[in-house]
Design a protein around this ligand. Structure first.
Ligand code: SUG
Length: 440
């Protein structure tokens, strides 16, 4: 076994972060639709979260924001002329489309791709499949640029395999790592990959959209060369989706041998745990931490985003640390549960609360903001080093954000054509700092 570390690649929140109300089934996005956002504060909050993990001694990466507005979308919708003409006409005739073109949703990198570490794959490569995100228009725009970012950062086909996104058809709806959990004894060891889907390909589900199909999960597992005996594919509870858990990571997070989840997360909890135990046989002893409905009602879990936390092994700490959103401290039932949990002798020994409110108001907690990539020393040495953060680099990025980002943005402001230039300039500064100018 080659030792490996888990690197969290957070999405650097882009200058057009706004509350567009674009995500049906995402209660926070609907609740805050039309509010004034603060892109500068959002990006600073995200970078502060990254800083706290760097300080804890973890390896932290970052993925750059994507180019916004996405003019390709507006041109595909028939808008022509100069950039100014396109934006002015879209603002008048199709304001929702303009919001989609401006969405900063690529910040939620848990949806950027599904990642399988080299310890799990048949060819020994580290595999990525960018998610097609085909359920939501604004998110479906991400994957071509996300693929380009991943190819720039993980270049070298003797170590990395960056696949094409699955076909952009509802049968293949894929939301990436938000519906994927890897369990193992230690990061570098062979693991079990758990995929959670919301519907079968041909099935039509009433109510809020089920964004992940079983076919998408199976396809990714096949192309990553995962061992079927070490792969578990289970269904998310319909009730959880209906209550607002549009991704499994709103009700479940796992790390190493620990699975932390709400009682209502899976359609069949007993069968899920049994399948995980069978798949992990000889590799690790599963430690399930199930939060009962009687202690934390599903609605509180979803409102507080308790499960949308990062579950991390800090150097020099025996038990895992849950990096949770502040909202989980402010919600009585989840705060109480956290206190009891750490006082017990289970696998989670500490909870740290972080302020990512700007993102939370669009339904994105600490776990949404990061893509986990387990990497061996050789893989880490070979990926683009400009995106691996230390505090100095974080300071530089924050200074650029403070220089170039607005601190007030309402969806109506997107109609101003000069905002497009502002976004371009801000992104180019960030790309320069990250030595990723090729993506400009
Ligand atoms: O896809 N919100 C995102 C939140 C993604 C959270 N990711 C994870 N759970 N991993 C979504 O619904 C809202 C955008 C808006 O309304 O402006 C949005 O896209």
């Amino acid at each position: 076994m080659k030792p490996a570390v888990e690197v969290n690649f957070d999405g650097l929140i882009g200058p057009s972060h706004n509350y567009g109300g674009l995500s049906d089934g995402n209660l926070a996005s609907a609740r805050n639709s039309g509010d004034v956002s603060n892109p500068r504060e959002a990006a600073v909050q995200g970078l502060e979260k990254m800083r706290s993990l760097v300080r804890a001694g973890l390896v932290q990466g970052v993925l750059p924001p994507l180019p916004r507005p996405n003019f390709d979308l507006l041109v595909s919708a028939g808008f022509t002329g100069s950039d100014t003409q396109i934006i002015e006409a879209a603002a008048r005739q199709a304001p929702r489309l303009l919001k989609a073109a401006y969405s900063a949703s690529s910040m939620w990198t848990a949806n950027a791709a599904t990642v399988s570490p080299s310890a799990d794959t048949s060819d020994g490569l580290l595999h990525f499949t960018p998610a097609n995100l085909s359920t939501m228009l604004h998110r479906s725009l991400e994957h071509p640029d996300t693929t380009a970012s991943l190819i720039s950062i993980f270049a070298g086909d003797h170590r990395f395999a960056v696949h094409a996104a699955l076909p952009a058809h509802p049968d293949f709806s894929d939301e990436g790592a938000a519906n994927h959990v890897r369990l193992c004894a230690e990061h570098g060891a062979r693991g079990v990959e758990l995929f959670v889907y919301g519907r079968d390909a041909a099935e039509s589900v009433a109510g809020f959209p089920a964004r992940q199909t079983r076919l998408a999960a199976e396809s990714v597992a096949r192309s990553h060369g995962l061992d079927p005996a070490r792969t578990v594919i289970v269904r998310q509870a319909k009730r959880a989706i209906e209550a607002g858990a549009f991704h499994n990571d709103v009700v479940c997070v796992g790390a190493l041998d620990t699975l932390f989840f709400h009682e209502a997360a899976f359609e069949d909890t007993a069968a899920t745990l049994e399948a995980l135990r069978r798949a992990g046989d000889g590799l690790f002893d599963l430690k399930p931490v199930m939060v009962p409905e009687a202690e934390v009602p599903l609605e509180d879990a979803i409102r507080s985003y308790l499960f949308n936390s990062q579950l991390l092994q800090f150097p020099d700490e025996d038990r895992l640390v849950l990096v949770a959103p502040l909202e989980a401290k402010e919600t009585a039932s989840t705060a109480r549960f956290c206190e009891q949990m750490v006082a017990g002798n289970g696998p989670i020994g500490r909870v740290e609360f972080v302020d990512v409110r700007q993102s939370m108001r669009n339904g994105g907690g600490p776990a949404c903001l990061r893509l986990r990539v387990v990497m061996t020393e050789d893989e880490l040495a070979e990926c683009h080093s400009g995106v691996i953060l230390d505090e100095e680099l974080i300071d530089e990025l924050q200074a650029a954000v403070r220089r170039t980002y607005r601190d007030r943005l309402s969806p109506e402001d997107l109609a101003d054509p000069s905002f497009a230039d502002e976004c371009r300039v801000a992104r180019e500064e960030l790309l320069k700092i990250l030595e990723l100018e090729d993506l400009a």
